[in-house]
Design a protein around this ligand. Structure first.
Ligand SMILES: [Fe+2]
Length: 274
């Protein structure tokens, strides 16, 4: 697969942090002791290191990680699963969105996470590997993540599951609470409520594959995070408490952007590197 670009540039990270912490431009410039012109240039994408580092400190971002992102010095090393895991990146309007399939090669059973813009490549995989799709898990019900759900669920007869407080994905879909457990042959799946970006957004923590795996939806991205201007701190705290505490070798399968690992994010994500 072609290299998937990082979801956010350094200026997106600055803008997200600033909106989330509700600090106005004038206030930020004053606190960071930079000129309003320099701040505007950086927020417009111009990588001025001294300004980036000063601003980072006042937005609780790692100056080193933010500077590395600004100069595109970092891209996550891609984890390899010999079998049992596949990632799909499909185009939805002006962006791309990820969806994932996990399976047990012996029991020939599979589970999908979201549908992306189209489920066609996932159907191809299920046919090629002769897998029975048992579950379609929904990280959150934003349109780009469930765009092809009716066809995917109808064609596979898989059960559709999402968190009980997330807006309904599809008529007949089932709901879980936090800390629900599912099994797929020898693979186990646990639900963690990582809300913020959406009310019931769920991270699925999966054991039994080559690596521990967390399908995180839009909670966290390689070198950035999701969230919304109104629920930034909720998202940040859930990420800290429920994702950053997972085993360091956990692979993070994000709703947008490339795969990453927790160990890499602890070093390179401006929001979480310390
Ligand atoms: Fe999304």
């Amino acid at each position: 697969m072609a290299r998937i670009p990082l979801e956010d540039n350094f200026d997106d990270v600055i803008n997200k942090a600033q909106r989330g912490l509700k600090i106005a431009d004038a206030d930020l410039a004053k606190r960071a002791e930079v000129t309003p012109e320099d701040l505007a240039a950086v927020k417009g994408g111009k990588p001025i290191d001294a300004v980036i580092r000063r601003v980072a400190r006042h937005l609780r971002l790692s100056p080193d990680a933010l500077e590395a992102l600004a100069h595109k010095r970092w891209y996550p090393q891609q984890p390899i699963f010999p079998t049992g895991f596949a990632a799909f990146n499909t185009r939805y309007e002006d962006m791309t969105v990820n969806s994932y399939v996990i399976w047990d090669a012996r029991a020939k059973v599979a589970a999908a996470f979201d549908t992306g813009a189209t489920c066609e490549p996932m159907l191809d995989l299920l046919r090629a590997e002769k897998l029975k799709l048992q579950y379609i898990f929904i990280t959150h019900t934003h349109e780009d993540h469930i765009a092809d759900l009716a066809r995917f669920a109808g064609g596979t007869k898989a059960e559709v599951w999402s968190h009980e407080i997330e807006p309904v994905a599809l008529a007949g879909a089932k709901t879980f609470k936090e800390n629900a457990h599912f099994h797929l042959g020898p693979i186990s799946i646990k639900t963690l409520l990582t809300s913020g970006h959406s009310p019931g957004m769920t991270t699925f923590y999966i054991s039994g594959l080559s690596w521990p795996l967390a399908v995180v939806g839009d909670a966290i991205f390689a070198s950035s995070m999701g969230g919304s201007p109104t629920h930034f701190s909720e998202q940040f705290q859930n990420n800290q408490k429920k994702i950053l505490t997972l085993p360091r070798d956990t692979v993070l399968a994000c709703g947008h952007g490339p795969l990453t690992t927790l160990a890499q994010e602890k070093l390179h994500n401006p929001f979480f590197a310390r």
